[in-house]
Write a protein that binds this ligand. Structure first.
Ligand code: 6PG
Length: 627
């Protein structure tokens, strides 16, 4: 397409020869009344054009039944182009021959016996609506250079595909394109709700000008060089399996599918095994950092087979965030679903960090601080406890609603969740690991869900708000820091236990390193853990952390004690202390549990004075009849 004189017929005929496909000049399809009108110097109106455009659309539909074709037509307005590609939107490509008024006017007027009144050419430029989703070619190039450009773009396969253009998918496309990769983008076509998503997205950002956009799966897959690398950015669960089934018929051996969603690690292993049986590689990659992180550099946690990782490594490491040594916050995590497992634990740690910030905010509010003051208090903690979540919480507290009041005070106090915290708690229970803080944070969200019951019970139970509440910012900070150390200890303990159980041989220090930037739980604490975890998988045996815990514990107890006496709910801050007390108790009360179990269930017990592991059972005196 293009204005008169942009070279449509010349280029169309050359392309036809180059690709050996039929060529049609749209002007040959005008009805005779249009020809008569134009010959008499009267411009066509949209009504005249309607029939003509429909005739060209019919021609295209007919030709596409056989193979394909090239049709040249000025198609200056978007609505003309929509008629021309009606019902073949996903099978048509626009090539826009773009040139300046002066260049085209000069060319036209230099032709013998061909004089185009400049006002006629001007009227074309006046109504031209440049296409958003066309391959734009500058006609200052020679015809051969134009053909070469078109051929390169049309036949050139791309090197990386993104399937699913939701918030994260779009950000990752832009990140990949900005990083210089030739990508293909796909989004499904859903009547009325998802129409030409990829094509429209492509037109919104200059970095996508070379990207290919599809809503046809076959065309999308065929646009990719082999072995194909396809990143799936779709909802976890059944959707992934449906997408895999839709892709499989178009894939070839050794192609790689990467699941970048928050999928369950067990399902990732199943998909890995299923696709392995079809000689397709499957990588489960946790991606953390939200929309901005995906755009500017997420933390990426890929797992699967190393051979497949080697194929995707250049792309994932290029787009990932970088650590303080400018190394990618992306590394091969391990086999099977270990990448999604640690992403799940990442979210578990995230839940607790968020819960702790919510609790310290509650305490600071109870001390009489308004959201602005609380924000300033959290901001004053930046040196000691800097983290992405601390920073955003300080920021969001200051946000005002349209009426000037604090927005946070208007947000309904019912916390949602997408399930990753549940999975972490379930995984902990299945592995027998006491991740008590993520469970506490998760169940705090569930408690918040029962808003009506909370309102009802609040009326039935007195709240004691008269006890002393006299805490300094430093004391609250130390309680917060105390609980964060326990949180990170529990998170890495869970990963380590899973690594041993599933024989993943995970590198805890490397995991901490890729969490030092790009992800939601990045913090200066995480920076410190990179070194710590090189030598010890149990953070509570590290001297510096022991010293910190001992230093913070008295403040933590004071904060929890005063909150408790004032009936302020601080489940995570409290649990952190209780957990430490439990995990540092040499002789716990579990002996009573064992005795009870043996009493009523003869479940046996072991003795402290017999380390052979022998099991004992006692016939305990029967209880009197009145039990
Ligand atoms: C991340 C986030 C991301 C998502 C959360 C939401 O690492 O980028 O964790 O994965 O926003 O999973 O979790 P909830 O909805 O469960 O709070």
């Amino acid at each position: 397409m293009g204005v008169s004189g942009s070279g449509k017929s010349t280029i169309g005929k050359l392309l036809s020869q180059e690709f050996n496909i039929p060529f049609y000049d749209g002007d040959d399809f005008h009805p005779k009344e249009n020809i008569e009108k134009m010959s008499s110097g009267r411009p066509l109106n949209d009504k005249d054009r309607q029939g003509w455009l429909e005739a060209l659309n019919d021609l295209a539909l007919k030709e596409l039944k056989k193979s394909n074709c090239i049709i040249v037509c000025s198609a200056l307005k978007q609505k003309y182009r929509e008629i021309l590609i009606q019902n073949i939107e996903t099978q048509s490509e626009w090539i826009y021959l773009s040139g300046s008024f002066d260049l085209i006017s000069k060319r036209l007027n230099s032709r013998e016996n061909h004089f185009m009144p400049s006002d006629l050419l001007k009227s074309q430029f006046d109504i031209l609506e440049e296409p958003r989703d066309a391959l734009r070619v500058d006609i200052s190039l020679s015809p051969n250079e134009i053909i070469k450009t078109i051929k390169r773009v049309q036949t050139e396969t791309t090197e990386f595909g993104i399937f699913g253009l939701g918030v994260m998918g779009k950000s990752l496309c832009r990140n990949l394109a900005k990083s210089g990769f030739k990508i293909s983008m796909y989004n499904r076509h859903v009547v009325d709700t998802e129409v030409e998503v990829a094509k429209n997205f492509k037109t919104q950002f200059s970095e996508l000008s070379e990207a290919k956009a599809f809503d046809d799966i076959a065309a999308f897959v065929n646009s990719l060089q082999q072995p194909r690398l396809i990143l799936l950015m779709v909802n976890s669960g059944k959707t992934i399996d449906l997408v895999i089934e839709n892709l499989l018929p178009h894939l070839s051996e050794n192609d790689v599918l990467i699941d970048g969603g928050n999928s369950n690690y067990k399902k990732t292993k199943e998909r890995f095994d299923y696709l392995k049986s079809k000689n397709i590689h499957f990588i489960g990659a946790g991606v953390s950092g939200g929309e901005k992180g995906a755009l500017n550099g997420p933390s990426i946690m890929p797992s699967g087979d190393k051979e497949a990782y080697a194929l995707v490594q250049p792309y994932l490491e290029a787009i990932s965030a970088k650590d303080k040594n400018d190394l990618p916050c992306c590394t091969y995590i391990g086999s099977e679903g270990s990448g999604h497992f640690i992403k799940m634990v990442h979210n578990g740690i995230e839940y607790v960090e968020m819960q702790l910030l919510a609790e310290v905010t509650t305490i600071l509010e109870a001390l009489g601080q308004n959201p602005d003051a609380i924000s300033d208090t959290l901001g004053s903690w930046k040196n000691a406890a800097s983290s992405y979540l601390l920073d955003i919480t300080a920021l969001l507290l200051k946000k005002k609603d349209n009426d000037g009041d604090w927005l946070v005070k208007k947000i309904l106090d019912i916390a949602d969740n997408k399930g990753t915290g549940n999975w972490t708690t379930i995984a902990s229970a299945e592995l027998g690991v006491p991740s008590t803080l993520v469970a506490t944070a998760l169940f705090s969200r569930f408690i918040s869900f029962y808003k009506d019951e909370r309102r009802q019970l609040n009326k039935l139970f007195d709240k004691n708000e008269t006890s002393e509440l006299n805490l300094t910012s430093t004391e609250i900070l130390e309680a917060y820091q105390f609980a964060r150390i326990i949180n990170h200890y529990q998170g890495f303990k869970l990963i380590n236990e899973a690594s041993n159980t599933y024989k993943w041989n995970l590198n805890l220090s490397e995991i901490a390193r890729i969490w030092t930037n790009g992800c939601i739980i990045k913090s200066i604490l995480m920076q410190d853990l990179v070194e710590t975890l090189k030598y010890n998988s149990n953070l509570l045996t590290n001297t510096e952390l022991i010293d910190s815990v001992n230093q913070y514990k008295s403040a933590a107890k004071k904060v929890v004690q005063q909150s408790l006496l004032n009936d302020i709910a601080t489940p995570a801050l409290s649990e952190a202390i209780q957990f430490l007390n439990g995990i540092t108790t040499t002789y716990s009360s579990a002996n009573i549990i064992q005795a009870q179990r043996d009493f009523f269930g003869a479940h046996t017990y072991r003795r402290r004075d017999d380390d052979s592991g022998k099991s004992y059972h006692t016939i305990w005196d029967k209880l009197t009849n009145n039990y």
